[in-house]
Design a protein around this ligand. Structure first.
Ligand code: UDP
Ligand code: MG
Length: 321
């Protein structure tokens, strides 16, 4: 009668940390099963996002040794969000609740207990929220918090200081499956699904081993992706900007007519060249932002698959052992 939990973990070149993560996740599942909070059919689902190191063979080994582990191997590297989605969609039909977390042990595994409790209290989505970012580097902390502020200012509803550590019930995943967009930004989409929501605070640790798979370049493109796939406000601001610039030029016109009427003629080379540059810059900026959205439309109309699965290591039934 108890509910089945799947813990979905996207892994990209995580051979340094995966054995330890797997050990702790296994302990956690066994403890929760012992307490009767989750069914014995619960599993850890490891998604290999086209790793170039030994990650997939580690996953195969885990699957061999212990029935608690199953795995999904993607056809190639598709990025964190798509790998996570592949895992969630695979787990959807097998579980009553799914928790997603990173492979690097930055998300405190002990928060799982509280999430499962909240699920039993009737929550459909439980967000893991970082209580402090003291362990992150100053740079990571300021850029990440700035990102949340900008995204929310631009009209998306993301949960402050929440990454992809969350519990979702089966009906939430069924809702998620209906969001067909290719430009996927889960942190912005999940709040749009609704149902009963809960929060669990946890302390964000340091990466246990290996290095971050999000260098600055990826972080910037992730932020841009997040903003443009969730909100069209930037386009509206461009219209506003264009209007303001137009107003300024009207004022300038009036000003020069007045000056002319007073008989003060100025050879205004400097002001002309300045405005040419300013307007040119603004036009290019605006075209860039609009182009960004058109590019999105282009990709969406193609409706390419978001991930392709090479192989699924099915959860083995414990009774079959
Ligand atoms: N990840 C992935 N595909 C990628 C990049 C990252 O599946 O292309 C996974 C990675 O293995 C980890 C999670 O996404 O489980 C978060 O990555 P990371 O910890 O490097 O990001 P950070 O915590 O530094 O933001
Ligand atoms: Mg990390």
């Amino acid at each position: 009668m108890s509910d089945t939990l799947y813990i979905v973990v996207p892994c990209y070149n995580e051979e340094a940390v995966l054995p330890e993560t797997a050990r702790r996740l296994r302990e956690k599942l066994e403890q929760l099963m012992g307490e009767g909070k989750i069914s014995p059919k619960s599993r850890v689902l490891l998604v290999n996002d086209g790793s170039r190191d030994g990650t997939w063979s580690i996953i195969q080994g885990l699957h061999q040794d212990c029935p608690l582990f199953s795995g999904v191997d993607l056809s190639r590297n598709r990025g964190h969000q798509n790998a996570l989605l592949a895992g969630l969609m695979t787990a959807k039909d097998r579980a009553d609740m799914v928790i997603s977390m990173d492979a690097d042990l930055q998300d405190d595994i002990n928060a799982v207990d509280a999430m499962v409790d909240k699920f039993h209290e009737g929550c459909d989505i439980v967000y893991g929220v970082r209580s402090s970012r003291a362990r992150d580097s100053f740079f990571k902390r300021t850029t990440a918090e700035g990102f949340y502020r900008i995204v929310n200012f631009l009209g998306a509803e993301t949960v402050f200081n929440h990454a992809d550590y969350r519990l979702m019930s089966r009906r939430v995943l069924e809702g998620l499956a209906q969001f067909r967009e290719v430009n996927l930004f889960l942190r912005g989409i999940v709040p749009l699904i609704g149902y009963n929501v809960g929060y669990v605070a946890y302390e964000r640790g340091e990466r246990f081993a290996g290095e971050s798979k999000y260098p600055l370049k990826k972080m910037l493109s992730f932020a841009l992706e997040g903003i443009t796939s969730l909100s069209t406000k930037p386009i509206r601001y461009i219209t506003l900007l264009g209007f303001l610039v137009f107003l300024v030029s009207l004022l300038m016109l009036i000003y020069s007519i007045v000056r002319w009427a007073h008989g003060v003629t100025v050879i205004g080379w400097a002001s002309v060249i300045c405005s040419v540059w300013a307007i040119g810059g603004l036009i290019l900026l605006s075209l860039g932002v609009i182009g960004e959205y058109i590019g999105k439309i282009y990709l969406e109309t193609k409706a390419r698959p978001r991930f392709l699965i090479r192989e699924v290591l099915e959860a083995r039934d414990e009774t079959a052992l």
